[in-house]
Design a protein around this ligand. Structure first.
Ligand code: URA
Length: 209
């Protein structure tokens, strides 16, 4: 699908398989999510602009590349987005963080905001929205809407698993927001869960069920 990159590196595929297994422990699930998040972050940031600066090595002066522009903003959607944040910050330690508190009403599957805090100059930064499960697409759409309302202009979406339904809905609402995911699964079930999926990502990473 246009505007979607499936990060199908063998390490990502292997780790995702471990995460899908129902017997994987809470500790294992959390660790794997962090590791996959770093690998996805590597791809999301692949085309970041560089600028040349003058430096001196111990042997000689040289021109060398460094990242240009303002620091990135990672925008985890609470709560499960938090499980991918540290893996991304491991690669981009100076990144800023915007917390987007949204939950899915279990009856309507619509999003309700309960917390939002973002850097004031978010409009001058690349924003990477983080939500492991792009299921119905409603949460991701609402998160991007809210970040745009706060001034964000350049936005990318990073997830772990996506449904075909959620992806096309999301791309329909936000055609300018490129999506990176480790896999696109078969379909959504009647409760808005991704099949075959991995269950409830938040519950599995925090051991709440
Ligand atoms: N959220 C989850 O945690 N899992 C799904 O399958 C869908 C939404």
């Amino acid at each position: 699908m246009q505007g979607v990159t499936v990060v199908d590196h063998p390490l990502v595929k292997h780790k995702l398989t471990l995460m899908r297994k129902k017997d994987t422990s809470t500790k294992g699930f959390r660790q794997l999510l962090k590791e996959i998040a770093s690998l996805i972050c590597y791809e999301v940031t692949r085309d970041l602009p560089l600028e040349e600066i003058d430096i001196e090595t111990p042997l000689t002066p040289m021109r060398a590349p460094q990242l240009a522009g303002k620091k990135l903003v990672f925008a985890p959607v609470l709560r499960s987005g938090m499980g991918m944040l540290d893996g991304m910050l491991d690669l981009v330690p100076a990144g800023r963080v915007a917390h987007v508190g949204l939950y899915r009403d279990p009856a309507t599957l619509e999003c309700v905001e309960y917390y939002f805090k973002a850097p004031a100059d978010i409009g001058e930064r690349l924003v990477v929205v983080i939500d492991p499960m792009l299921a119905t697409g409603n949460t991701a759409i609402a998160a991007v809407d809210r970040l745009m309302e706060a001034g964000a202009r350049e936005i990318r979406m990073a997830c772990l698993l996506a449904s075909p339904e959620g992806l096309s809905k999301f791309r329909g609402h936000h055609p300018d927001v490129h999506v990176w995911t480790a896999a696109v699964d078969e379909k959504l079930n009647d409760h808005g869960y991704i099949l075959p999926g991995l269950g409830d990502a938040g519950d599995r990473m925090y051991g709440t069920r």
